[in-house]
Design a protein around this ligand. Structure first.
Ligand code: HEC
Ligand code: HEC
Ligand code: HEC
Ligand code: HEC
Ligand code: HEC
Length: 385
C-alpha cells in the first residue's frame, strides 16, 4: 500500500511538472525554476547580498531592474488586463520563489484563461525585488560569478555565460503574438547579434555595465568589477530625482550624436542640416519597448521643429507596426529642418528620450505622476548670422 501511495504522489508530481504551460514554446510562459538559498546565507534577498556587496546593491537599487514591479506603468497595465498578468510576472518577477500563484496550464489554449495554483514556496519580500540579484546569479544553491579565485562565505562557481549576452537576452529578446492585441516585441538581442558589436565580442554588459576597479565585497581585494546601474534610456521612474542619481547618469552616454552640418539663411528662410547618428548603442536606437522614442527639438527665433525617431504601432483592433525610422547601429542620417524666418538668430537643439505618448499616459492615468521623458542632450547655442 505504502509503495502505491508514494508512486501515486510521484506521478502527480510528475504530471504537475509536465503540465506547465507551453502554449507556443516560450520560456517566459513559465517562471525560472525555484532556487534554494545558497549555504552560508540567510536568504536570497538583494538586501541580504547588499550587506557585503554594498556598492553593487546601491547601484542595482537605482536600476530599472529593481523597479520592474513597482513601476507605475507596469502596475497600471496589470490592472487593465489582470488575466494575462501571470505572463508579465514571469519576466518582471521571474523566479518561481517570487510568484504567488503559478499557471500550470491554460484553458482552451488561451493566455487569457490561466489555471492558477497557489505556490507553497512564495516569498513575498523577494517578489517586491523584481529582477533581483538571484535572477542572474543563483542556480542550484551556487552563486555564479565572473571570477575563478574568490573567497566567499557562499558557494561560488565561475560561469562564462554571465559574460555573454545570453543572461540578458532571456528577457530582452522576446517576440510573439498571442492574440490580435497581446504581442511581445522585444527584439534587442537580434538587433545586437545582426550588428557590428556582436562580431567584435562586445556584449550587452560591455556597455550597460561599465567597468571599475574596486572592492566587490566588504573585506575582499580590489578587482575589476562592473557597475550594476544597467543604464539605458535614463528616463527616471520617479518624478523627483536626487542629486547622486543625476551624478551617476554621467557614467553612461546616450546612443545618439547630433551635429549641425550647416545652418544658413537663404531666400527668406533658414535651412538647418543635421547629422544624426546612432554612435553608441549596440542595437536599434531606440530599442525594446515599441512605444519608446527619441525627440530632437530644433528651436530658432521662437519656432520649434521636432524630429521623432522610433516605431509607430496601432494596437487596435490588431497590433500592427505602421512605421519605423529607428537608427541601426552606426547608421548616420541627414535631416533638413526649415524655418520660415530668414532673420539671424540663435539655434538651440535638445534631445529627449520618451517613454510613451502623452495620449497613452493619459489612458493609464499616469500624467503628472510618472516621468514620461528626460533630456539627454543639449547642444551649445549656435548663432546663425
Ligand atoms: C556575508 C557576506 C556576503 C553575502 C551576504 C553575500 N556575499 Fe557574495 N561574496 C562575498 C565575498 C567576500 C565574495 C568574494 C569577493 C572577492 O573575492 O573579491 C563574494 C563573491 C560574490 C560573487 C563573485 C563570485 C565569483 O567567484 O565570481 C558574486 C557574483 C556574489 N558574491 C553574489 C552574491 C549574491 C547574489 C548574494 C546574495 C544572494 C551574495 N553574494 C551574498 C560576500 C558575501
Ligand atoms: C529576468 C528578466 C531580465 C533579465 C535577465 C535582464 N533584464 Fe534588463 N530589464 C528587464 C525588465 C523587465 C526591465 C524593465 C523594467 C522597467 O522599466 O520597469 C529591464 C530594463 C533594462 C534596462 C533599462 C531600460 C530603460 O532604459 O529603462 C537595461 C539597460 C537593461 N534592462 C539591460 C539588461 C542587461 C544588460 C541584462 C543582462 C546583464 C539584462 N537587462 C537582463 C528584464 C530583464
Ligand atoms: C540582470 C542580471 C544581473 C543582476 C540583476 C545582478 N547582476 Fe551581478 N553581475 C551580472 C553580470 C552579467 C556580471 C558579470 C559582468 C562581467 O564581468 O562581465 C555580474 C557581476 C557581479 C559580481 C562580480 C563583481 C563585478 O562587479 O563584476 C558581483 C559580486 C555581483 N554581480 C553581485 C550582484 C548583486 C549583489 C546583485 C544584486 C544587488 C546583482 N549582482 C544583480 C548580472 C547581474
Ligand atoms: C555598444 C554598446 C551597447 C551594446 C553592445 C548594447 N547596448 Fe543597449 N544601449 C546602449 C546605449 C548607448 C543605449 C542608450 C540609448 C539611448 O540613448 O537612449 C542603450 C539602450 C538600451 C536599452 C534601453 C532602451 C533604449 O533604446 O533607450 C535597453 C533595454 C538595452 N540597451 C538593452 C541591451 C541589451 C539586452 C543588449 C545586448 C543584447 C545591449 N543593450 C547591447 C549601448 C549598448
Ligand atoms: C519576455 C519577457 C517579458 C514579458 C513576458 C513582459 N515583459 Fe515587460 N519588459 C520586459 C523587458 C525586457 C523590458 C525592458 C524595456 C525594454 O526593452 O524596452 C520591459 C519593460 C516593461 C515596461 C516599462 C516600459 C518603459 O518604457 O519603461 C512595462 C510597463 C512593461 N514591461 C509591462 C509589461 C506587461 C504589462 C506585460 C504583460 C502583458 C509584460 N511587460 C510582459 C520583458 C518582458
Amino acid at each position: 500500500m505504502k509503495i502505491r501511495v508514494s508512486l501515486a504522489l510521484l506521478l502527480i508530481a510528475a504530471a504537475a511538472a509536465l503540465a506547465k504551460v507551453n502554449i507556443l514554446g516560450y520560456w517566459w510562459e513559465n517562471p525560472l525554476p525555484y532556487q534554494q538559498t545558497p549555504a552560508g546565507l540567510a536568504s536570497l534577498s538583494a538586501r541580504q547580498c547588499g550587506a557585503c556587496h554594498q556598492e553593487i546593491y546601491r547601484e542595482w537599487q537605482a536600476s530599472a531592474h529593481a523597479h520592474a514591479l513597482n513601476d507605475l506603468q507596469f502596475q497600471a497595465e496589470m490592472q487593465k488586463s489582470p488575466e494575462v498578468g501571470w505572463l508579465c510576472l514571469n519576466c518582471h518577477t521571474p523566479l518561481e520563489n517570487q510568484i504567488e500563484r503559478i499557471a500550470l496550464s491554460v484553458r482552451n489554449q488561451s493566455t487569457h484563461q490561466p489555471v492558477l495554483t497557489a505556490n507553497p514556496h512564495f516569498d513575498s519580500a523577494l517578489h517586491d525585488e523584481a529582477v533581483t540579484c538571484a535572477v542572474c546569479h543563483v542556480r542550484g544553491g551556487v552563486i555564479f560569478g565572473p571570477y575563478e579565485n574568490s573567497k566567499a562565505p557562499h558557494p561560488v562557481r565561475q560561469d562564462r555565460r554571465l559574460l555573454t549576452a545570453d543572461v540578458c537576452t532571456m528577457c530582452h529578446q522576446a517576440t510573439a503574438a498571442y492574440t490580435d492585441t497581446l504581442v511581445c516585441t522585444f527584439d534587442t538581442g537580434k538587433e545586437w547579434r545582426n550588428g557590428p558589436y556582436a562580431a567584435r565580442g562586445q556584449s550587452c554588459s560591455s556597455c550597460h555595465m561599465p567597468g571599475i576597479d574596486r572592492i566587490v565585497a566588504t573585506g575582499g581585494p580590489v578587482r575589476h568589477s562592473r557597475r550594476h546601474f544597467f543604464f539605458g534610456s535614463k528616463i527616471p521612474k520617479e518624478t523627483r530625482q536626487n542629486a547622486s542619481e543625476m551624478a551617476d547618469y554621467a557614467l553612461f552616454r546616450p546612443g545618439l550624436t547630433v551635429k549641425i552640418a550647416s545652418a544658413r539663411r537663404s531666400g527668406g528662410q533658414t535651412l538647418v542640416i543635421l547629422k544624426l547618428k546612432n554612435a553608441l548603442a549596440g542595437h536599434m536606437l531606440p530599442t525594446g519597448d515599441p512605444e519608446r522614442f527619441i525627440r530632437v527639438d530644433v528651436a530658432l527665433g521662437g519656432a520649434t521643429r521636432s524630429l521623432r525617431i522610433g516605431q509607430k504601432w496601432e494596437w487596435w483592433p490588431k497590433a500592427k507596426k505602421l512605421a519605423d525610422n529607428r537608427l541601426k547601429p552606426l547608421e548616420e542620417r541627414t535631416e533638413t529642418v526649415e524655418f520660415p524666418s530668414g532673420q539671424p538668430g540663435t539655434l538651440r537643439i535638445s534631445v529627449y528620450n520618451g517613454r510613451l505618448t502623452e495620449q497613452n499616459a493619459r489612458y493609464h492615468h499616469l500624467v503628472g505622476r510618472y516621468p514620461l521623458e528626460t533630456k539627454v542632450i543639449e547642444l551649445a547655442p549656435y548663432h546663425v548670422n
